[in-house]
Ligand binder design. Structure first.
Ligand code: GCO
Length: 256
């Protein structure tokens, strides 16, 4: 990349949940901007397959299979990175799941699983990352993945909404504690994007029509629509931007 403001050469980026979906697209976009990538998912075979796909495109990729909701597993994974001399300059807290059910039908276990995967994971992985960034004294970049539901609700996705609202404020809380160490922490709020997670919605004609009507751009987003923003938030171009959530949504948050 020619513009130094957006150049990630020499940096290493961990993207959680990056074997597919938005996470994989974030990983590829950061790699194209020059970063070495640490790919993550729970299943080692899926991580290896996704890593091979990126290596085939000429990118430098490490593999880190661990469960982002498991404190001991996260700590062990960072210990293994330390042992290999891999230091994280950029973290994208992307791992997430969806579960669509009315609140009155939701079990505590279901609620907890969605909160753990979408919110607690960002605390656990963010904590391990920031501990090391602070110790190294070279700052760093953390990008948390929020949602339209970081600010607005939709029926049937209450735990996801609570978690993504939490992501928005966790982003500010991390900024409050880590900005002084040269760490920026920002969030991206994707609009309705076509991924494996939203495919059931894309396949529901009434929902598909609603998204196209509700979104001023009159279309679903594509994972590639988010790449410029993640590169920006991971690069020196955003060094004085901190604690923000940037909606990349075709204008949906701007209108009634
Ligand atoms: C849903 C979707 C959400 C949205 C996304 C919008 O059920 O509403 O699965 O994940 O697509 O969060 O920002």
């Amino acid at each position: 990349m020619s513009n130094a403001l957006f150049d990630l050469a020499g940096r290493t980026a961990l993207v959680t949940g990056s074997t597919r979906g938005l996470g994989h697209s974030f990983a590829e976009g950061l790699a194209e901007a020059g970063a070495a990538i640490v790919l993550n998912g729970r299943d080692p075979a899926s991580v290896s397959a996704a890593a091979a796909a990126l290596r085939d495109k000429g990118h430098s990729v490490y593999e880190a299979a661990f469960d982002v909701t498991d404190e001991a597993g996260v700590e062990a994974a960072f210990g293994a990175l330390d042992a290999q001399g891999i230091a994280i300059d950029i973290l994208v807290n992307n791992a997430g799941i969806q579960l669509r059910k009315p609140i009155v039908d939701l079990s505590l276990a279901e609620w907890q699983k969605v909160i753990d995967t979408n919110l607690t994971s960002a605390f656990l992985v963010g904590r391990e990352t920031a501990r090391r960034m602070i110790a190294r004294g070279q700052g760093g970049k953390i990008v948390n993945i929020g949602s339209l539901t970081s600010d607005l609700a939709r029926a049937t996705v209450a735990p996801y909404t609570a978690a993504k609202g939490g992501i928005k404020l966790l982003t500010k809380a991390m900024t409050a504690e880590w900005a002084e160490q040269g760490i920026t922490v920002n969030a991206i709020g994707p609009g309705y994007m076509i991924t494996e997670m939203t495919q059931p919605l894309v396949d529901t004609p009434s929902f598909d029509n609603w998204v196209k009507q509700r979104t001023p751009a009159r279309r679903w987003g594509r994972p590639a629509d988010l790449v410029g923003t993640v590169v920006y938030l991971a690069s020196p171009a955003s060094d004085f931007v901190n604690g923000q959530i940037i909606y990349v949504d075709g204008g949906i948050m701007a209108v009634l």
